[in-house]
Every structure is written in structure tokens, then in C-alpha cells.
Design a protein around this ligand. Structure first.
Ligand code: FCB
Length: 442
């Protein structure tokens, strides 16, 4: 069945539950000639970093096609659109706003407003201006202050058109993938980098929150974190405690400082040179209250103890999506209820959830039954967590359309709309039609 459904009594069928689609600037825009270079331009130009050797020069050409894309978003009947701003497009190297770049987003925001589509704007979805990376990037504490300054200026310029601001998208990915294992830009490798970058990202978040709350007290201001729940391979105590360590290292590291003003205790088990540089007052800044928590969920991970590394992740079992991530929807409600127990949370928005599938465009149609199935199971888990008492106010499908999937280039398709990269033709997939129908049936 190519349909999505929820129990008739579900809170997710009430009109105050928000449904949306999500994208990110570098993944869709192109239009690189009119902005500063960013770390992903540099990373893409480095041999063997991106699977298909591609880059963000054209991507979905949303820089030119944004009007049509907003019509497309509107045709899906969604309440909201989550987009990110390209920092290197809206700020000059001098630290002044780039008016041309700001106008590009103002046009988009005005068009959304005219269609009564709420704009959920992320300020940082990984495209750090290259000149800031050249000055040390997120390893340099000053980048946090540069980010807050950007947040201050841009929120004054566009704030009245924005329903919700998120400071960062997935600081785990920026810090760990970018500065510790080097599979994302800027591609640094070293345990001495990851936690330092993470701390400066979180500091930047807290500093930016102060600016957002000052300039835009009426928008929903918060942060988007990703979680990959950690499961122990066995019941052996050593595997269980290795798994707990992994959870603290990958997941709790980013949420605990925000709500509990502290890093997980494993901080003290890290070698001195691998610890962040925490200055007096930092944890107060990081724990600035937020209006909402954005949660991105795709999969879980299974761990066991390892003598050398402490823990090691097992290969994900089947069923898996086309990117190799296990499909394990139960972990979604498990995650939401456990976070709800651990922390005093504001309303939650699921800011990303979706699947890469090996889609085929046949006679102008993509019959992605596998993706519909993924959405059905995951929406049901969100419903279950709401029934269990978790306050979830919205859900965004990742992604509106196929796009540049970071280190995988254009090889992995996450869209509910298919993109033909030769013609830039968009085709709504069966999952897109099903999502539209779920929304319109409310
Ligand atoms: C998330 C990213 C998003 C997209 C999905 C598949 O980690 O936030 O940009 O790449 O994964």
C-alpha cells in the first residue's frame, strides 16, 4: 500500500501538529559564484573525499529554481519548510552582512509567508566560511563568537519572517565527523580535536541563543541534535558498559550540557589532551534555555567492548537502507521516551527523519514503496512516543528532494521528490504523494 496512516485518535492528526520537509543550503543551492567559499567546497575539491568526486557547484540549482521549488513545497500541502542559511552567502569576510545574499533569503521567506508556510531556519548546517577555517575553524574559540555575531546580524535582518530559528544542525557531525575522524569537512583526524570542536560549537550555540532571544523573542529558538541510540551486542557487563560509554560519547555529549550544564562524566576518563578547553562561565552560556529541541533520527548502532578502543561498533544488521543504515524504528520511540525521562525538555520537533533508497524513475514515476514503509513505521513510533507522554509538536521529512549527500555525493537519494541532475526535473515520488495525502487527510 502506497499510503501513510495513523490511528484516528492520534495527536499527529490534529491541525496544531506541524508537518514539514527539510533541506540544507549546501546540499541544494549551487550558486557558488555569489558567495564566499566554504569548507565543503574545499573538501569536495580534495581527491577521494566524496564518493563520486562531485561537489556543490550546481547541486539542485535551487539558487535559480527556488521559486519553482516553493511551488513544489506548497503542492505537498506541508505546514512548514526547514531550510538552512549559507553563512558564506549572507556574510562578507569583513563581518558585515552581504545584502545580496540576505535578499536571496528574504525573497524565499516572503514567498513562504505568502503561502502561509512556516519557515524553520537553521543558521549552521555545516558550511563554515573557509576563511574562518583558515583561522582554525571550530578549534578556534573565536569562531563561536563569529557565529554569534552572524546570528545577531542575520536575525535582525530576517527575524520577522521566521517562525523558528535553530542555531546548529547536528554539532556531533561537525565535531566528530569533521574534526575527529575526518570523513566530513574540514577533514581533520585526531582525538585531540573532536571534543574541542564540539565545545566551541556548543559555546557558539549558547552565545547565538542570547542574540536570537534578544532580537526575536517571538520565534521558537533552539538547536537540532542527531541521535543514534546505542545498543549492546550482548548482556555481558563489559559490552553494556562499553555501549554506555559510546552513548555518552556520541549522543549525551551534545544534549547534557544544554539541559544539565555538564558534560557526561566520561569527560574525566578522556586523556587530558583530548578534553575540551572549558572556561569559567561556558557551561552557563551553553545551557541557555531553549524554546524547542530539534531531533534528527535515522538509525541505531550496536556496540561491544574492545580492549584497544574501549568500544567498537558492529556492522549494522539487515534490513538496511541504501546508505547501509539499519532500519530499526523501535529505537525511535525508545530514544524519545528515554530523553524525556532523562531531561526536562521543551517541546520536541522531529527535524529530520527519512531514508536513502535505490530509487528508479520508470515512465516518469518513482514507486518507492520501501521509503513509504520506512515513513509509516517511523511516524508510528513518533505517535507511540506521544501516547507515552512525550511532547512532540512537529515532524519534518528528510528530504524535500534528492540532493548532495555529503561524503556520498549524489549517489544516495533521500528525497520524497526525485531530482534528475541532468535536467533539474523534479518528480514527486510515491512517498511524496503519500506524505501529502497524510497531511491533507487531517
Ligand atoms: C543528516 C544531515 C542531513 C542529511 C541526512 C541524511 O545527518 O543533517 O544533512 O545528510 O543526515
Amino acid at each position: 500500500m502506497n499510503k501513510l496512516s495513523l490511528p484516528a485518535s492520534s495527536k499527529m492528526l490534529s491541525s496544531d501538529f506541524t508537518y514539514g520537509v527539510a533541506t540544507a543550503s549546501f546540499q541544494i543551492e549551487g550558486g557558488i559564484g555569489t558567495r564566499l567559499p566554504c569548507i565543503w567546497d574545499t573538501f569536495c575539491a580534495t581527491p577521494n573525499k566524496v564518493a563520486d568526486g562531485s561537489n556543490g557547484e550546481i547541486a539542485c540549482d535551487h539558487f535559480n529554481l527556488w521559486k519553482d521549488d516553493i511551488e513544489l513545497i506548497d503542492s505537498l500541502g506541508v505546514d512548514a519548510y526547514r531550510l538552512s542559511l549559507s553563512w558564506p552567502r549572507v556574510m562578507h569576510e569583513t563581518g558585515e552582512l552581504n545584502r545580496e545574499g540576505v535578499n536571496y533569503y528574504l525573497n524565499i521567506l516572503n514567498a513562504l509567508k505568502a503561502k502561509k508556510i512556516k519557515a524553520f531556519v537553521t543558521l549552521y548546517h555545516w558550511d563554515l566560511p573557509q576563511h574562518l577555517e583558515d583561522a582554525g575553524g571550530w578549534l578556534n574559540r573565536d569562531t563561536a563568537y563569529k557565529f554569534a555575531d552572524y546570528a545577531d546580524k542575520i536575525s535582525q535582518a530576517i527575524g520577522d519572517k521566521v517562525h523558528s530559528f535553530a542555531t546548529l544542525n547536528e554539532p556531533f557531525c561537525s565535531a566528530y565527523l569533521g574534526y575527529e575522524i575526518g570523513v566530513h569537512a574540514p577533514g581533520l583526524v585526531g582525538k585531540q580535536y573532536g571534543r574541542k570542536a564540539a565545545h566551541h560549537l556548543l559555546l557558539g550555540h549558547g552565545l547565538a541563543m542570547e542574540k536570537l532571544n534578544k532580537n526575536c523573542p517571538h520565534s521558537l529558538n533552539g538547536i537540532v541534535l542527531n541521535f543514534t541510540p546505542c545498543y549492546s551486542a550482548t548482556d555481558k557487563p563489559e559490552d553494556i558498559s562499553a555501549t554506555q560509554f559510546a552513548d555518552d560519547y556520541f549522543n549525551q555529549w551534545y544534549i547534557k550540557p544544554i539541559f544539565n550544564k555538564a558534560y557526561p562524566d566520561i569527560l574525566n576518563q578522556l586523556q587530558k589532551e583530548n578534553q575540551p578547553n572549558i572556561l569559567d562561565g561556558d557551561m552557563d552560556i551553553i545551557s541557555h534555555p531553549i524554546d524547542f529541541l530539534g531531533i534528527n533520527f535515522y538509525t541505531r548502532a550496536i556496540y561491544k567492548a574492545d580492549e584497544k578502543e574501549g568500544f567498537v561498533q558492529l556492522d549494522p544488521p539487515a534490513p538496511r537502507t541504501d546508505i547501509g543504515w539499519e532500519i530499526y524504528p523501535q529505537a525511535f520511540s525508545g530514544l524519545l521516551t528515554s530523553l524525556n525521562e532523562k531531561y526536562d525538555l521543551p517541546p520536541i520537533y522531529i527535524t529530520e527523519n527519512g531514508a536513502a533508497m535505490a530509487d528508479k524513475l520508470v515512465n516518469g514515476e518513482v514507486n518507492d514503496q520501501d521509503r513509504v514503509d520506512y515513513y509509516q513505521k517511523h511516524l508510528t513510533e513518533v505517535h507511540n512516543s506521544i501516547e507515552a507522554g512525550v511532547k512532540v509538536d512537529g515532524y519534518f521529512a528528510w528530504s524535500l528532494m534528492d540532493n548532495f549527500e555529503w561524503a556520498e555525493g549524489y549517489l544516495k537519494r533521500f528525497g520524497i521528490v526525485h531530482v534528475d541532475y541532468d535536467t533539474q526535473q523534479r518528480t514527486i515520488k510515491a512517498s511524496g504523494h503519500a506524505y501529502k495525502q497524510l497531511i491533507s487527510n487531517r
